[in-house]
Structure formats: C-alpha cells, structure tokens
Write a protein that binds this ligand. Structure first.
Ligand code: NAG
Ligand code: NAG
Ligand code: NAG
Ligand code: NAG
Ligand code: NAG
Length: 325
C-alpha cells in the first residue's frame, strides 16, 4: 500500500512532534535550588547547593548557623541583604572602620575586597561604593601607579575623606593629642591620612598589598544628603552582580518549560534542571539534552501513532486528533 499525500504529511508532522516534545515540559519545584539562610532568600543566580545557581557564583555563599557568609580570596563577609531587583549584595566586614570606630594596625586591618579573576565579570563593588583607605604608606602602590596624575584619591558619589574626617571615630583615634587630619588633605599631604577611591580606580582592595593600616567602605542607595555628612552614610560593601547576556534567554526558556536554572558542576555551563534529567537548553527539548534515560516516552508515542496510522484509520480522523494536540 502506497502512502497517500495526507498520510505522509501526518507521518512527518508526527515525527517532528515526537522529536521536539518528548518530555512535554517539566514541573520542578522552585525549592530545588531556592533556599533560606536566616531571613535571607538565596535564589538564582546564587545558591547554597552545588549545581544550582549560575556558575559565576559557585562556591561563594555559605549558611553558617543561620548567618549567610560570602567567601572570597580576600576574606569572609557577612551578607546583610540580597537585592534581586537591583542586583545588589550588601556585605559587612567586621574588621573594617566606620563612623564610630577606626580599626587600624601597622600590618593592616580588614579584608578589603578582591575577587578571583574568573569571577570578576560577575561580581564587583558598585560604582557608587567608596573605599576609604586609611594610613597608607608613601611607598604604597596606590601612590606609585599614577606618575602623570595627582593622587587617585577623590570623592565617590559625594562621599570622601573630607566628610569622613568629621566622624566621631577620629576623636577617639586622635585623643592622644596628634593633629587631626583636615578635609583639604588631598594633594598637600603625601601620603594623605585617608584616601577615598572607587573600585574602578584600583580593581582590588588588598589592604596589605596597598600598605595601608585599615579601611572603611560606604555606599549610597539614594543621593547622599550633605547635611548629614559621613554619619549618614551606610557602612558596608555594596556589590553589584551581572550575568552574561545569553543567560537571560536560556533561563527564561528553562523556567517557561517548568525547569530550574543551574549549571554543570564539571563544565560550569548553563544547565536546565528538569527533574529526573538535565537539559542544555530547556525541558521541552531533547535534541541537545544531557539526558540519559527519558527518550523512551516520545519514541513509544511515535510508534503507537505509527501503528494507528498504518492500521487503516482514515486520514481525516487522524488530522482531527492532530488538531487537538
Ligand atoms: C506541579 O506539581 C505540583 C506538586 O508537585 C502540583 O501541585 C502542580 O499542580 C503541578 N503543576 C503542573 C503544571 O503540573
Ligand atoms: C533580617 O533580620 C534582621 C534582624 O535579625 C533585620 O535587621 C533585617 O532587616 C532582616 N532582613 C530582611 C531582608 O528581612
Ligand atoms: C542534573 O544536574 C544537577 C546539577 O548539576 C545534578 O546535581 C544532578 O545530579 C543532575 N541530574 C541528572 C539526572 O543528571
Ligand atoms: C594581598 O596581598 C598580599 C601581599 O602582597 C598577598 O600575599 C595576598 O595573597 C593578597 N591577597 C589577595 C586576596 O589578593
Ligand atoms: C568632596 O566632598 C567634600 C564634601 O562634600 C567637598 O567639600 C570637597 O570639595 C569634595 N572634593 C572634591 C575633590 O570634589
């Protein structure tokens, strides 16, 4: 029996259908990768489980006694907040100075901030975050790398050492009668007692390498109100994160098909977690999947339809059932 035109078309459509939709989507619980630490929600691109989240943020967050900690080569920081809408993390370093207390020692105090080179495209302090480096030596690389310019010290988003010198912390620090630094320090005194820099200017805040005695860090979420001075700043490190452009489409398609975005623990490539199988695209497609066993349902369905087809069902009823799919 020769296949009619309609039969052939139906057969081709069926084959395409069977190949494109073997798993018919997934229904993976969002709690597969979302978790809580204390009162902070840890969700994509961050994760506490291996294989969850984006690979750029792997081995980064740890929940210790309901306290969320972020580990970098420069040290461990407490995570105070994860702002998913503005893609910002707020970190606290207990060893850094603030407006109430100056924390300095000749060997350098505090972690500063340094990320692994491979992680740098994903995580960096916000451009509006100011690092206030304290007591850096004249031989510091901070003052050496700028032969043709003035000192790299400057106000960042309206925050600088001039205002910081107004903090009560300096009263205690200079209560032994030493002269308190003045706001006009930049350019005159070398090295200045305090040097404010943005992350973009130095790309790594390594307090010991910069030969400083300590540091402070502050950020502004809203425009700084001058009247409040440094007492009104938020102290901590505000970090911004970003994902590669291609990840957006990948993750959107993965979620739309009932999957949860993750990554391959070996290759670090994006992976869509579809329940009992993983896909390199989404839970509706198998062409490029990392699946092992789930090919069977689609194939079985195709053979069943094929059997129906050859056993003499009219092409009309077949088209009817196709239309309902
Ligand atoms: C997904 O599974 C949950 C329970 O596991 C169920 O309540 C829900 O209706 C399912 N959703 C779909 C679209 O199948
Ligand atoms: C979490 O709880 C602390 C107090 O334990 C509170 O200061 C903070 O604002 C809370 N954070 C969130 C995101 O609710
Ligand atoms: C899917 O990927 C996740 C994360 O990499 C992994 O933990 C899990 O074992 C994988 N599942 C399968 C079925 O390969
Ligand atoms: C910071 O600098 C010191 C001294 O140069 C170096 O030993 C250390 O590895 C650096 N730390 C980081 C996180 O780069
Ligand atoms: C930095 O800010 C202070 C206080 O607002 C201001 O007095 C000073 O002129 C600013 N310095 C520079 C270099 O803009």
């Amino acid at each position: 029996m020769a296949l009619s035109r309609q039969h052939l078309a139906a057969l081709l459509a069926l084959c395409a259908f069977a190949m494109a939709r073997p798993a018919a989507g997934a229904n993976v619980s969002i709690t597969t990768c979302r978790s809580f630490c204390g009162n902070i929600t840890v969700d994509y691109p961050f994760a506490l489980h291996p294989g969850c989240g984006h690979a750029g943020f792997r081995d980064l967050l740890f929940c210790i006694d309901r306290v969320l900690m972020l580990h970098l080569p420069s040290g461990s920081y407490r995570v105070l907040d994860i702002d998913y809408s503005y893609r910002g993390l707020t970190l606290h370093d207990p060893a850094m100075s603030d407006c109430r207390a100056i924390d300095r020692s000749p060997a350098g105090r505090g972690n500063g901030f340094a990320v692994e080179p491979w992680r740098a495209p994903f995580l960096a302090p916000d451009p509006d975050n100011v690092f206030l480096l304290l007591g850096c030596r004249a031989s510091s690389p901070l003052f050496q790398g700028f032969p043709d310019r003035h000192l790299p010290c400057r106000n960042v988003s309206g925050m600088g050492c001039g205002d910081y010198y107004g903090c009560p912390a300096w009263d205690d620090y200079y209560d032994d009668g030493r002269r308190r630094p003045s706001g006009a320090a930049y350019g005159t005194a070398v090295p200045p007692e305090c040097c404010a820099v943005s992350w973009g200017a130095i790309r790594s805040v390594n307090v010991s390498r910069l030969q400083c005695e300590g540091y402070s860090s502050a950020y502004s979420l809203a425009p700084v109100r001058a009247a409040e001075g440094a007492g009104g700043w938020a102290y901590g490190i505000r970090v911004a994160w970003q994902l590669p452009e291609a990840n957006r489409g990948f993750c959107g398609a993965c979620r739309a098909t009932g999957g949860v975005c993750g990554h391959d623990e070996g290759s670090h490539a994006d992976l869509c977690l579809c329940g009992d199988w993983n896909s390199t695209s989404n839970c509706d497609s198998s062409s490029d999947s990392a699946r092992s066993s789930a090919a069977a349902p689609g194939t079985a369905a195709a053979s069943l339809f094929l059997a129906v087809l050859v056993s003499g069902f009219s092409s009309l009823s077949l088209y009817g059932s196709m239309a309902n799919m």
